[in-house]
Design a protein around this ligand. Structure first.
Ligand code: NAD
Length: 381
């Protein structure tokens, strides 16, 4: 089986889908691994590292796609001026595994079907115990939550920990994390490690214990009912409930030096947690990082991809794709996730997926040109 790892062409994407450590595992199990020259450089892996792992380095994408049975990517296929759309460079019948975000990209799904590709989306891995090692949303959210705090701390004109010095005592920074899922919990842990006083907020009651176990305070005055839905995700709240929650959050936002927002609802726009008025009430010099920027933002004033500063000197960071800014470990984790998913479909170096398997049923989007995912098929009806 020929496995191909292209160089990512999306702007500022420094991750690579397969790191040399996992390339070696695949070659040892009998697969042939082909890597486009320079594919790992953004994450500090040289062509030589891949060659040492038993992979073959090929000079360009068209040579790579020409031989590939299975393509491992981070980002969804995109267009280049020079060579057209990546999915059109892939051979008919080839298999593509990547973060396709298919619920928000129906035109890409149609294109994959038109190109007669079989595709699996890493962001559709179900949250069950058996698939934890394949869960790229979790691994990449861990990186994002960590980096969000570092970016905020870097921008803040204050230090994070308490200090008692001859030049006076420094009080610790106050950090508020809205949404205590994977990214939020990692943000809380990172802010705690830096010595901040941290509060967490979520609509799922189960988050309380997790937030408190990290040494943070859980805001629970709003929790009249638990908003946990299928798969441990949150359900969308009614307009009234959202308004009540915003009233609870408002006071805490006002007191904080750093606010990190991470709230998401699968397949829906991100809930609005911090209004324009609340930003107006934030402390001079405070920093808000909106990890939901790409799906509409949790803050009304977030501009995706931008850092905005208000008249009061409040910084609103809407930068997207934070995992790509920590490419070494983000790639290492993603590579482990993708090779575990691949492992489920290959036996004795033969492509032999069991499409009835719960994990494959949830992740397979197109199969030899047919759109097969039930939820995505519905969008085309
Ligand atoms: P997510 O990225 O979908 O959302 C982030 C957080 O935002 C969630 O905690 C959610 O409850 C919260 N949220 C949504 N709407 C909100 C609102 N209006 N106000 C405040 N918070 C809001 O979630 P996630 O990080 O992917 O994790 C969701 C759940 O799945 C967690 O319980 C997590 O522990 C669980 N999980 C389970 C597995 C597994 O069993 N294999 C793997 C990963 C995550």
């Amino acid at each position: 089986l020929k496995i191909a790892v292209p160089k990512e062409i999306t702007h500022d994407e420094n991750r690579v889908a397969l790191v040399p450590r996992d390339a070696e595992r695949l070659t040892r199990s009998g697969m042939e691994v082909f890597v486009e020259s320079g594919a790992g450089l953004g994450a500090d892996y040289t062509d030589g590292d891949y060659e040492k792992a038993g992979a073959t380095v090929v000079p360009n994408a068209s040579d790579l796609y020409g031989v590939a049975d299975v393509i491992l990517k981070v980002q969804k296929p995109t267009e280049t001026e020079a060579s057209g759309h990546e999915s059109e460079m892939m051979r008919q019948g080839a298999v593509l595994i990547a973060l396709l975000d298919p619920l928000r990209n129906p035109s890409l799904v149609s294109r994959l079907a038109d190109c007669k590709l079989t595709s699996f989306s890493m962001d559709m891995v179900p949250r069950i115990t058996r698939s934890q090692e394949m869960d790229a949303l979790s691994s990449q959210s861990t990186v994002a939550g960590y980096k969000a705090v570092l970016m905020a701390a870097n921008r803040l004109g204050r230090m994070m920990p308490m200090m008692v010095t001859a030049a006076g005592s420094i009080i610790p920074a106050k950090v508020l994390v809205l949404g205590a899922g994977v990214a939020g919990l990692q943000a809380i842990a990172t802010a705690r490690r830096l010595g901040a006083v941290v509060k967490g907020f979520d609509v799922r009651a189960a988050a309380k214990e997790q937030v408190e176990s990290l040494g943070a305070e859980f805001i629970d005055e709003h929790l009249q009912e638990d908003a946990e839905a299928e798969g441990g995700y949150a359900r969308e709240l009614s307009g009234d409930q959202q308004e009540r929650n915003r009233q609870v959050i408002h006071r805490h936002v006002q007191e904080s030096d750093i606010v990190i927002t991470t709230a998401l609802i699968p397949g829906r726009p991100a809930p609005l947690l911090v209004t324009k008025e609340m930003v107006g009430d934030m402390k001079q010099g405070a920093v808000l990082v909106d990890l939901a920027a790409e799906t509409g933002g949790n803050c009304e004033l977030t501009e995706p991809g931008e850092i905005v500063q208000t008249d009061k000197g409040v910084s609103l960071i809407g930068l997207t794709n934070l995992p790509a800014t920590v490419p070494v470990h983000a790639s290492e984790m993603y590579s482990r996730n993708i090779s575990k998913l691949l492992g489920l479909m290959v036996q004795d170096n033969q492509w032999s997926p069991d499409y009835e398997d719960e994990i494959l049923d949830a992740t397979c989007i197109t199969r030899e040109g047919e759109i097969v995912h039930s939820r995505i098929k519905e969008q085309f009806r």
